[in-house]
Design a protein around this ligand. Structure first.
Ligand SMILES: Cc1ncc(COP(=O)(O)O)c(C=O)c1O
Length: 412
């Protein structure tokens, strides 16, 4: 079979494809330690609320007919968009209108559209999306329809105590030229759990504006939902910002819904792309999410269940890491947000890809770090010295899995 260049990319395997395969193929039983993938926590109180909302969407005949039996608008379900407009305006006074929001089938879907909207060929010249501080989210790497489209900058690595470190934005290294078409950061960052400071965000905002480039902020773990942030951080939006949000990490990755907040020109274009690629965004999911915005239920869910769970879990995982790796050359990124620990082995004698394979043989599934550096040269040793561990799952699996990782590192 002869595939196009675009098709061949998927046949060669991708980082995100490997991650999703590990997630889907692992048997439910057996000695496995599922520390890979990006599944959020399975929280009983949260699930009960979602079940009630789903039951309402199905039992209410008018709502069922509206949301299940017709195609929704290509921009996304109008009812949910209106709820989001009201909610975000009340919280942040951004003065949004419905034409500032589009819904997509998951925010991954939004990134495919956004990156190809700006990156790629323009006037015969290849344009790139700048990731100002790699490591960055694994799901960006392979979205380009044409040639690879990421330029990235290395961070400044600041050591914190004996066992931690923090990445800082290297503002002096940020070079913008004609090849850059947009700037993108995830905040909190997947995989590191870093939260770029307000000052770092202000620097990126002014760099973007002064160069007339959109600043894309991937807020999949940020405020106001799921709000998995353990340090103070302000969320800003202006007409030069493209804010991407997601309902996945509040606990519903199965019903794919992403949100893009941007100026109308961009929303109109995403609407057209949605029509071509998806016809519309699933309005059955939007019906359930609309229910969350009635009577402040979303805020209650976040403050009573989601935020406290992740804050406590991050502290517990950090303590466990510091105990289990006490005598080993290992450091963890300060866990400021998201659902991961990002572990760095500065003296690792093999690559993180090889470490991933060795751990997999022991039943421990992690994500090797090299996939999170799109646009960074392969010869930077740090790129091959890190792994990502999901801390949202079963606590026994996490504890035993980390123990097995420590054993392997000790042996190495
Ligand atoms: C930083 C980040 N952005 C985007 C996504 C895509 O999420 P979804 O398509 O479920 O909204 C993820 C998923 O893990 C993520 O971690």
């Amino acid at each position: 079979m002869l595939f196009s260049d675009f098709g061949s990319k998927f046949r060669d395997g991708t980082g995100i494809g490997e991650l999703m395969r590990d997630l889907a193929d692992l048997p439910e039983s057996g000695n496995f330690y599922r520390l890979g993938g990006g599944n959020p926590a399975n929280l009983a109180a949260v699930n009960t609320k979602f079940q009630q909302l789903a039951q309402h969407s199905i039992a209410d005949t008018a709502e069922f007919e509206r949301a299940f039996t017709r195609y929704g608008a290509a921009q996304g379900d109008k009812q949910l968009i209106q709820y989001l407009v009201n909610y975000l305006n009340q919280l942040y006074n951004w003065q949004l209108e419905p034409h500032n929001i589009a819904l997509t089938n998951g925010s991954q879907n939004a990134f495919f559209m956004l990156f190809n909207l700006f990156g790629g060929l323009r006037d015969g010249v290849q344009r790139n999306v700048l990731l100002p501080m790699a490591p960055e989210y694994i799901g960006y790497e392979d979205v380009a329809i044409g040639a690879p489209m990421f330029s990235a900058n290395k961070p400044v690595i600041e050591l914190v105590g004996d066992k931690q470190f923090k990445y800082r934005l290297d503002t002096h290294a940020l070079n913008i030229d004609d090849s850059i078409a947009a700037i993108c950061v995830s905040r909190p960052t997947n995989p590191t759990g870093n939260v770029l400071t307000d000052n770092e965000m202000a620097a990126l905002d002014s760099l973007a504006r002064s160069n007339d480039l959109p600043l894309i902020i991937d807020n999949a773990y940020g405020a106001p939902f799921p709000d998995i942030i353990h340090v103070p951080a302000t969320l800003n939006w202006n007409t030069n910002t493209i804010l991407s949000m997601s309902f996945s990490k509040i606990g519903l990755p199965g019903i794919r819904t992403g949100i893009v907040v941007a100026q109308p020109e961009i929303i109109d274009t995403i609407t057209q792309m949605n029509a071509v690629i998806n016809l519309s965004t699933g309005s059955a999911a939007s019906s359930l999410f609309s229910g969350l915005f009635k009577n402040g239920q979303i805020d209650q869910l976040i403050s009573d269940s989601i935020k406290p769970f992740y804050a406590e879990r991050a502290q517990w995982a950090l303590k466990m890491f510091e105990e289990q790796f006490a005598d080993l050359p290992a450091r963890v990124h300060v866990p400021e947000g998201s659902i991961f620990l990002w572990v760095w082995f500065p003296e690792l004698p093999i690559s993180s890809a090889e470490l991933y394979n060795r751990l997999k043989k022991k039943g421990v599934i992690v994500v090797p770090g090299h996939y999170f550096f799109p646009g960074i040269d392969n010869d930077w040793p740090h790129k091959h010295q890190c792994i990502r561990i999901n801390i949202a799952g079963n606590s026994d699996e996490l504890q035993q899995g980390m123990n097995l990782i420590a054993e392997e590192i000790k042996a190495l």
